[in-house]
Ligand binder design. Structure first.
Ligand code: UT7
Length: 330
């Protein structure tokens, strides 16, 4: 068996910053409400048609460079997104074309906010078995064009942002290692945070009537999702700690999915640590779904909060419900 590690990382967000004050002009909301309830101060939204692959492309080049490999060394492309360009084929096909890597296998995964950690688990398995040596894993979302930007959609619209984070997962030849990954889900809650249309079993899949009813917008039962999030986040972190025989003192940084600062604070409280040990950058990007963990990892690395040898836990929870965690020695 081989061991895997995150060998390189890259990020890309649209230049366009949308503040809470900008949202006040579009719907009945306020900077105070958004900051108090979510911790979000601004997010990045694309300003012109930009597909997920296009947004991810610079992040991929950066990750490949950071890993010290070349494009031609990539032997598998995995993309986690819930906002692909088209229902088919997947974003990974478009990304493979931009990367000029014909022939390399591509895989889209759809497990919403848990997508990046699920992808990490898939990449880890392929490296461990020796099947592949360098896997490009991307979390990317273009959420902004799919939101209801009126007061009716404000509970969801103020949360989501666009962005991309990419890593190269490679065979490890030093102490760095993806030590374990842990996945789970409960589909009984599938409709608590979902987007109903286009509907796969109806003809036509999308109609004017569905659009008039707003079925093409994501909907969330916020309180129900929140309740589960504050229970499941600590559980997935403890699962990863137990697998490594770590106590919280052994953990240098927890990097959770960025859904809500109150959820992150509740996680820190449950773990008995301060926010210095549970990373957050939600104030500047909002919730970027599958991109949120790699974007947080990227910033935590740049800020020097993760160093060679750091013990890091990634934790995700989201629509599905799905959840996942990973224990990593950096
Ligand atoms: O990434 C996947 C996982 N996602 C999550 O974990 C998200 C989990 N849920 C949450 O983070 C929170 O439930 C929200 C941030 C979505 C909402 O916060 P909340 O404290 O649960 O608020 P609420 O839904 O209970 O709404 C409170 C009030 C309501 O008004 P009334 O009924 O009290 O008069 C809402 O209509 O706030 C109102 N409201 C807003 N007001 C201003 C809802 N959205 C907004 C808004 N601006 N954007």
């Amino acid at each position: 068996m081989y061991r895997s590690r995150i060998a390189g990382i890259g990020a890309n967000v649209p230049e366009n910053v949308v503040t809470n004050y900008d949202l006040e002009k579009m719907m009945d909301t306020s900077n105070e409400w958004i900051v108090e309830r979510t911790g979000i101060r601004e997010r990045r939204w694309v300003t012109q048609p930009t597909g997920a692959a296009e947004l991810a492309f610079p992040a991929c080049l950066e990750a490949i460079g950071d890993a010290g490999v070349e494009k031609k060394d990539i032997d598998f492309i995995i993309v986690a997104t819930i906002t692909p360009e088209h229902p088919m084929p997947g974003t990974s096909s478009f990304l493979q074309t931009l990367l000029e890597l014909p022939g390399v296998p591509t895989l889209d995964i759809r497990v919403q906010c848990s997508g990046f950690v699920y992808g990490l688990s898939i990449a880890d398995q392929y490296i461990r078995t020796g099947r592949y040596k360098n896997i490009l894993l991307v979390g990317v979302e273009v959420q902004s064009v799919g939101l209801n930007l009126t007061t009716e959609g404000r509970d969801v619209a103020v949360l989501f942002g666009d962005g991309a984070g990419a890593v190269v997962v490679s065979r490890s030849d030093d102490s760095s290692e993806i030590l374990s990954t842990h996945l789970g889900g409960d589909g009984r809650y599938a409709k608590e945070l979902w987007c109903e249309a286009p509907i796969g079993y109806k003809s036509p899949r999308i109609s004017k009537e569905m659009i008039d009813q707003g079925k093409h917008y994501p909907k969330m039962n916020g309180r129900q999702v929140f309740k589960h999030a504050v229970t499941i986040f600590p559980k997935v972190v403890y699962t990863a700690m137990r697998a490594q025989n770590w106590t919280i003192e052994d953990v240098d940084l927890v990097v959770p999915h960025q859904a809500n600062i109150r959820i992150i604070e509740a996680l820190a409280k449950k773990l008995g640590v301060g926010l210095d040990k549970v990373y957050s950058n939600i104030h500047k990007y909002g919730n970027t779904t599958a991109a949120s963990i790699p974007l947080a990892l990227y910033d935590a690395l740049k800020e020097g909060k993760i160093k060679k040898g750091s013990n890091v836990i990634l934790a995700a929870f989201g629509s599905g419900f799905t959840w996942a965690s990973a224990a990593i020695r950096w």
